[in-house]
Structure formats: C-alpha cells, structure tokens
Write a protein that binds this ligand. Structure first.
Ligand code: ADP
Ligand code: NA
Length: 332
C-alpha cells in the first residue's frame, strides 16, 4: 500500500569512479526514464564519517551533483539534493539509533572494511552509518533502492529497522524497501586486485577509472589492468574461475548494454591485447561526454547551487511531515 518510489545516494567523498557510474549513476538515470518517482541524494553526512577537508568536501559535493546531471539525472524529473541541507535526515537518524540494535551494527561488513584493524579509532558516525542510511531511505517512504552489491546488507538493515519500528509501535508506517541490484556491473572490481571493489577511496589511482580521467589515462589504466594470460573463453562459464577477466567483460557488457554472454560470444578466442583496447575505446566513447558536461557545469557553480537549493526544498516538503509523524507515533 506504499506508492512505488526510488531513493538512492552517493557520497561526495572524492572522484566518482566507473564503479559508481555503472553500479549507480547510469541506473539512476534509467529508473527516472521508467517513469517512477526518483529521489537522489549527495550524502555528505555519510562522507564525514571519515575525515573530509572542508574545502574539498564543498568542491566534491558540487562535482558529484555535476556527475549526476552529466550522467542523465534530470533535476526537472528527479529530486536531486544534498543531505545536510535537509535537517530531517539527522533527526530521523537519531530516532533510528534508538530502534536499531548494537548486535545488528556489529554484523555490518562495510564497517569492518572501512574501520580496518584499528576499529577503536573509527568515528561513532562510521559505526552508526547504516541507521543514517535507513533514515535517508525511509524519510521518503521509498520502496526501491538501486545500489551496487556492496550496499545490499545496508538495505536489508533498513528493512529490519522499518519492521522493528512498525512492530514496536503497532503501526504500518514505514515500508520495507527492496534493494534493486541489476545488470552486469553490480560490483565493478579494482583493476589492480580482482578481490577488491573499485572504489574512490582506494589509495591507488591505477585501481580505478575516474569519471574525469582523459582518454589516454583510461587507455593506460585498462592496458595495465591485471589479467591472466589466456584468451577469452568460448562461453561465459569459462570466466567463472577468472575474476579479473570476468570483471573486464562485465564492464564492457554494462557500458555496451549487452550481457556478459554476448560480449564473450563477440570476443571468443581473442586475447587481451585485442580486448583491452576495444574496452578502452568503448569506455572513452561513453565517459568523454560525461566528463565534458561535468566540466561545463563546474564552470558556473551558481547553477549547481540553485539546483541543489531547489532540490532541498522539494525533499524537505516530503521529509518534514514524515519525521513529524514519526515523533508523534513515538509520543514526542
Ligand atoms: P564508494 O564505495 O566508491 O565510496 P559510495 O559508498 O558513495 O561509493 O556508493 C555509491 C553507490 O555506488 C552505491 O550504490 C554503491 O553500491 C555504488 N558502487 C560503489 N562502488 C561500486 C562498484 N565498484 N561497483 C558497483 N557499484 C558501486
Ligand atoms: Na560504498
């Protein structure tokens, strides 16, 4: 009995990558074109769970907004805004801190990955991150959350929080949103290490393609990407024990809107000496218009600031009544 509505976000914590584009941005634009109501957020309050230089954060937030727009998210058809401009996110996050259980947080693998060995030195915010993410989603009664595979566990926790809140207070107020994890590139891996996901927070720049990389840099990074020495197999099953090769095939498939099986059929028997340049050409063809448009938008940040200001007003108009009703349900 909840209206279909999509919510998702990206941290403005650095250069956006090909992983963010294929796993998130490209699909955000597609969802908008399917005629579902779409709400997209730059989650700066998530970014600050690890140290961010203030000037860099300000620039990265605008740059991330530019990346959304350049990837096809249309601020006239989607709500596009910055999390810290809508105070209800922090408010509902606190209420959910009191709903979520410590034991649930202890099971979150991303906290373990990001905090590393010295978890005692991690911020309390990094630990509570999934409760803020639940607030982001449930503040809009969103029913679907397009994300990469790495965020699946957090969306499941969001469902647990919604369910416990509804149960604790005897209401049917929050929906249990579904993660939408679709396509060939739900988990784009590092170009240097097939066991790690491609991430803007990876210290090695060679491990990722940044949306702002120029054509030569993209070609060089793919040329140096780690692979085995075998040619591409005859069928997609032949990739199952070859994570680096599978990753490059999946990237090609997602960029070309093909399936991995179709890509393998096209390149069967060819070596990486042929496949990598074809992949680089395709990536440049798809990414060059995006980086050009990002640069154009960044030349005049007043336009970006205007779009984000308007988006925050639209978001607040939905979020404010929902957080007010939540207080009311809880007796506040
Ligand atoms: P990052 O992990 O690069 O800091 P975020 O946490 O801001 O990125 O994630 C933003 C969105 O991009 C999420 O939906 C996430 O699942 C998706 N995403 C991030 N990295 C990848 C990747 N390597 N492959 C596919 N999707 C990804
Ligand atoms: Na992530």
């Amino acid at each position: 009995n909840f209206t279909p509505r999509i919510f998702s976000g990206i941290q403005p914590s650095g250069n956006l990558t090909l992983g963010n584009y294929l796993g998130a941005l490209k699909r955000f634009a597609q969802k908008q074109d399917e005629g579902i109501e779409t709400i997209y957020c730059l989650v700066d309050m998530h970014a600050i769970t690890v140290w961010q230089d203030p000037e860099a954060l300000r620039r990265q937030t605008r740059e991330a907004a530019a990346a959304f727009i350049a990837s096809g998210v249309d601020p006239k058809r989607s709500i596009l805004f910055n999390q810290s401009q809508v105070g209800a996110h922090a408010e509902l996050a606190w209420l959910f801190n009191c709903t979520a259980r410590l034991g649930w947080m202890n099971r979150m693998t991303q906290f373990k990955d990001k905090a590393g060995k010295n978890a005692e030195k991690a911020s309390l915010g990094l630990y509570a991150y999934p409760a803020l993410m639940a607030a982001d989603i449930l503040l809009y009664h969103a029913t679907m959350v397009p994300v990469g595979e790495d965020q699946k566990q957090h969306v499941e926790l969001t469902r647990d929080i919604a369910n416990k809140f509804n149960h604790d207070f005897g209401v049917d107020f929050f929906p249990e949103p579904e993660p939408l994890i679709e396509g060939a590139a739900t988990r784009v891996m590092s170009l240097r290490d097939g066991s790690k996901k491609m991430s803007k927070s990876d210290p090695s720049d060679a491990s990722r393609i940044n949306l702002t990389d120029d054509a030569d840099t993209i070609a060089k990074k793919f040329r140096k990407a780690r692979t085995d020495a075998e040619p591409l197999p005859e069928t997609v099953e032949g990739l199952s024990e070859r994570p680096e090769a599978r990753n490059l095939v999946n990237i090609y498939a997602a960029l070309a809107d093909m399936t991995a099986a179709q890509v393998v059929a096209e390149f069967a028997g060819k070596g990486f000496g042929d496949f990598k340049p074809a992949l680089a050409d395709l990536a440049v063809e798809k990414l060059a218009p995006i980086s050009t448009e990002m640069k154009r938008l960044m030349d005049d940040v007043t336009e970006i600031d205007r779009i984000l200001g308007h988006g925050a007003e639209q978001a607040d108009a939905i979020a404010r009544p929902i957080v007010e009703k939540t207080y009311d349900i809880m007796g506040m």
